[in-house]
Write a protein that binds this ligand. Structure first.
Ligand SMILES: NC(=O)c1ccc[n+]([C@@H]2O[C@H](COP(=O)([O-])OP(=O)(O)OC[C@H]3O[C@@H](n4cnc5c(N)ncnc54)[C@H](O)[C@@H]3O)[C@@H](O)[C@H]2O)c1
Length: 249
């Protein structure tokens, strides 16, 4: 079976990335699942294959530029082109007030969430420039990019940085048909959210979500998949909140 479109999903071993990979495959795309977690990534691929879809796994640490370059090469080797990418890989570290965040903790959050996103977007664009037809890229940011999140200044800064990266890159490649957008989830029912709320219990009392619930990862994936589809063909440089109203409350 030959797929019409080839998509790469970073952070595809879990949560929003896994849900995105599954949705893309269900829609008929060939999907490269990339993650530093090989067990989870292979499980995503097996679930997609069991449902009749096309997927492969490649090991990836987004903070390592050579690793990112290799993940794009692996995608081109496996499937011949790259039509889009949904970049979900990210970390949220132990919750601390700003004055207690160690320089090493700050550096790690920024290395994965912001520099890692730069590495991914840079090399995904390069692959798209080498082919006809352009492409579409989603950078998963967070509602924390536009809202102060208690005990999380490193995370907020890394996710806000993504918005600037996306806007700058979007104007650079708009004429070449490469669209780049940021997606800002609110609280979504994933392992990361559960780890964060366990480490940061005060958060729960602070966040007001008008819809009064977390999203499923699939509700975030639905927006990500739309942003890499031709249905969003006039959308670039946008920051789209999918957060049950959290950022407007
Ligand atoms: N769940 C939420 O409430 C929420 C809210 C806003 C934003 N987000 C963002 O959504 C994205 C996905 O998060 P999730 O909730 O699905 O979390 P998750 O922990 O379920 O998935 C994150 C994935 O990223 C991978 N990853 C982490 N560091 C990596 C690295 N250096 N290189 C490659 N892969 C790496 C992990 O192995 C994991 O598979 C993250 O960027 C997160 O910040 C999540």
């Amino acid at each position: 079976m030959e797929a019409e479109r080839v998509l790469l999903v970073t952070g595809g071993a879990s949560g929003i990335g896994r849900a995105s990979a599954q949705r893309l495959a269900k829609d008929g795309a060939a999907v490269m699942v990339a993650d530093r977690d090989e067990t989870g990534g292979v499980a995503t691929v097996e679930e997609i294959a069991a449902a009749g879809g096309i997927a492969r796994f490649t090991a990836l640490d987004v903070s390592d530029e050579e690793n990112v370059r290799a993940s794009i090469a692996a995608t081109l080797d496996a499937f011949g082109r790259l039509d889009g990418a949904i970049n979900c890989a990210g970390v949220a570290q132990a919750a601390k007030q700003t004055h207690a965040i160690e320089a090493s903790e700050w550096a790690l959050t920024l290395a994965v969430n912001l520099t890692g996103m730069f590495h991914c977007i840079k090399h995904q664009i390069a692959a798209m420039l080498d082919q006809t037809g352009g492409g579409a890229i989603v950078a998963v940011s967070s509602a924390a990019a536009v809202k102060g999140l208690l005990n999380s200044a490193d995370y907020c800064a890394s996710k806000a940085g993504i918005l600037g990266l996306v806007r700058g890159a979007a104007v650079d490649y708009a004429e070449q048909g490469i669209r780049i957008n940021a997606l800002l989830p609110g609280a979504s029912d994933t392992p990361l959210a559960h780890r964060s709320s366990a480490a940061n219990p005060a958060l729960k009392g602070m966040l007001r979500v008008p819809m009064m619930r977390m999203s499923s990862p699939d509700e975030i994936a639905a927006a990500a998949v739309w942003l890499v589809s031709p249905d969003s063909s006039y959308v670039t440089g946008a920051s789209i909140c999918v957060d049950g109203g959290m950022t407007i409350a």
